[in-house]
Ligand binder design. Sequence first.
Ligand SMILES: Cc1cc2nc3c(=O)[nH]c(=O)nc-3n(C[C@H](O)[C@H](O)[C@H](O)COP(=O)(O)OP(=O)(O)OC[C@H]3O[C@@H](n4cnc5c(N)ncnc54)[C@H](O)[C@@H]3O)c2cc1C
Length: 354
Amino acid sequence: MTKKIAIIVEHSAGRVKSVIYELLSMAKKIMMLEECKITLFIIGEGIDKLSQSISMDTGHDIYAVHTPGFLKYNGSLYKEIFSKLFTQKNFDYICAPHSISGMDYAPALSVALQSVCITGVEDVRVEDGEIYFLRSMFGGKLTAKFVNGLNPLVMTIQPGSFKPFFLKKEKTGKAKTGKARSGRITRMVYKYNENTMVFTGSKVSPCKGSELDKADVIVSGGRGIGEKKNYKYIEMLATLFPRSATGASRPICDYGWVKYSKQVGMTGAFVSPKLYIACGISGSNQHVEGIRNSKFIVAINSDPQAPVFQIADVCIVEDVIEFIGIFVKKFKKEKLITRGLEKAAIKASARMKN
Ligand SMILES: Cc1cc2nc3c(=O)[nH]c(=O)nc-3n(C[C@H](O)[C@H](O)[C@H](O)COP(=O)(O)OP(=O)(O)OC[C@H]3O[C@@H](n4cnc5c(N)ncnc54)[C@H](O)[C@@H]3O)c2cc1C
């Protein structure tokens, strides 16, 4: 029997939050294990254009609930609408982002549906024909494996855990989710009067939209760098890589050596670069929690027993400042030699042609 997956679309300032493409990716993973149909759900004011573009981009059907007077997220409204909708419509999986709002409405929704909620899902696996959902617990010390016992299963998905699902790339190289056929849009208006929750304003987190989100390579410094002025070594190392950014562990943000927008970890940014270089960072659970989705991790630490080495792909036991100093010098020298050799080779081939 075809299973049904609901994906909740979060949006702000007329734009869809990109985590929806990660939710789609997770849904596609479930679809590889069992036959499923995806439907998207969006709530808000002035969401016509947004619903159209999502249905075109994803090719999936979308349920658009128009809520006049409610431009911004409102917890009591979301809980009421979703409880009513999902009581009428039977879904097997209801997926929301593990965002501030997702963490608010998803557990409440599962209570209303007398069902269950798994928060912060990071992976989906199948064992002996059964689907499991994985998430880390106790600051990353344990990985818990959940199997669904009740329908529907409400889940919040940890951003950065699934590669965003894009259908094709445009010639411009820009990621595009476009599908030839767009999904069906079901439009309904919901009048909500009983407002028990009042929106008073929002502040952008210092980590959001920072360069850490987009960087391919992140070089982070920790307490092991010794003092504030040594952070320049972290910056020096980062400049060797294109599309790079610098990060930090929490203590050096607390000391005021760098801005909080650079903090990586459980209470900072969750990052997923191609390469993460941890410099003078011990590897506490709270830091590791934020970097576990990095594709490749290099750690530089003077203590061979540092916990960070347990998760690193390359472990360098050295004084971090000394190592970076020598490495940067050597790198630049090698690059000059390579450039010199390339130039000489071009000259030689030109001479041969003449
Ligand atoms: C609720 C809560 C939330 C938290 N959230 C976060 C978070 O989001 N992000 C985060 O980072 N932390 C967070 N923390 C703090 C976390 O528990 C650790 O204290 C912190 O990550 C340690 O930072 P560190 O590795 O830079 O420092 P330390 O643990 O002091 O490690 C310094 C490391 O540098 C090495 N070292 C020293 N000298 C040198 C040298 N010359 N060369 C090379 N290596 C050297 C040492 O061997 C050591 O391993 C949180 C804590 C709590 C309680």
